[in-house]
Design a protein around this ligand. Structure first.
Ligand SMILES: *Cc1c(COP(=O)(O)O)cnc(C)c1O
Length: 339
């Protein structure tokens, strides 16, 4: 059987999750009448210290809605050069919200408060109005790096002091929280809005939840409608989310442990120059000069193991719910054999 480590989005719903989906009470969510969607939105809002939540089809849409509500056309959004909102959302910041981007380039996707202070434009008509600061945790292109809580907290204080909204792309915030053990509510309160993916490490077929104040979520409803993201009896998906929050959060530690064991083996491999620190479930290896990522991907594919070329000389592996101890042994053996 193929072992797929291209992404943590490739997982299939488990039996327990499918059962929860089958039994979900549903209603028309565009009318706000799906009891299971409402339960998921309320649960996550409460756990993360926010007033309200909104179920969205994807993490991209949840981020794009947040940006759309926070900014006006012509505004500038501060985000990181490595960020998903900038790299992988189809230029949505400009296309959906008419905003431009101010890129920050710090190590591993961090957003220190002195950088924020330096990048926010002064209130002068020559400059674009800075409308939002975005941060990502964990940092996908940063090898699943976990943001330092103190740095986040200082960034939050700085943004609040400047009256600047602070958005978290928390597609993998679950992995960060599992690793740090930080209280969800304390963590959540640092941000004005949060998008959380349920279809990555949490293992549901689809869905993200956007969190924020009551007023913010009321506006987010309109944005979601405009983007075509209003869905009907999606309690079946929300039930998968509720199931995942209960059953799949603690086990993320297993994904992190397996990723570390892959990282440790790669760190000693002849073809590998360096492995990015493995904080969570993503392993990124920089190959030695002259080695191509595509060769590595092809060699492993022949052994029934899928991973991704992450640039010409970098390879990425992502561990997840459908990757167990036996599969890990196969991957470690294949990597030992690869020369
Ligand atoms: C996956 C991901 C998203 C959202 O992706 P969708 O595929 O649209 O759900 C957003 N941010 C980060 C950092 C991600 O890894």
């Amino acid at each position: 059987m193929t072992i797929d480590l291209r992404s943590d989005t490739v997982t299939r719903p488990t039996r327990g999750m499918l059962k929860a989906m089958m039994e979900a009470a549903t209603g028309d969510d565009v009318y706000g009448e799906d009891p299971t969607v409402n339960r998921l939105q309320d649960l996550l809002a409460e756990r993360f210290g926010h007033e309200a939540g909104l179920f969205c089809p994807s993490g991209t849409m949840a981020n794009q809605i947040a940006i759309n509500v926070h900014v006006s056309p012509g505004d500038e959004v501060i985000c990181h050069r490595l960020s998903h909102v900038y790299n992988y959302e189809g230029g949505g910041i400009a296309r959906n919200s008419g905003a431009s981007v101010r890129l920050v380039d710090t190590p591993l996707g961090t957003m220190p408060s002195d950088v924020i202070r330096a990048e926010v434009n002064p209130a002068d008509s020559h400059f674009a109005r800075t409308g939002l600061v975005c941060v990502e945790d964990t940092v996908n292109k940063g090898g699943g790096a976990v943001q330092d809580l103190k740095v986040l907290s200082e960034a939050s204080t700085t943004c609040r002091g400047m009256g600047m909204p602070f958005h978290l792309d928390g597609a993998r915030a679950w992995n960060a929280l599992r690793e740090t053990g930080e209280d969800w509510t304390r963590y959540g309160r640092m941000f004005d809005s949060i998008s959380l993916c349920l279809s990555k490490g949490m293992g549901t077929p689809a869905g993200s939840v956007l969190l924020g104040s009551k007023d913010f979520i009321a506006e987010a409803h309109r944005s979601r409608k405009v983007m075509g993201g209003g869905m009907r009896q999606v309690g079946i998906l929300a039930a998968a989310g509720l199931y995942a929050v209960e059953h799949h959060f603690d086990r993320l530690a297993e994904d992190h442990d397996r990723a570390r064991r892959i990282g440790a083996l790669l760190a000693g491999h002849d073809a590998v120059e360096r492995v990015a620190p493995v904080d969570t479930n993503i392993v990124i290896a920089q190959l030695v000069r002259g080695r191509q990522a595509s060769e590595c991907v092809e060699a492993l594919t022949e052994q029934g193991i899928l991973c991704s070329a992450f640039g010409p000389d970098r390879v990425r592996w992502v561990t997840h719910l459908d990757f167990d101890e036996e599969a890990l042994e196969q991957v470690l053996a294949a990597l030992r054999d690869w020369h």
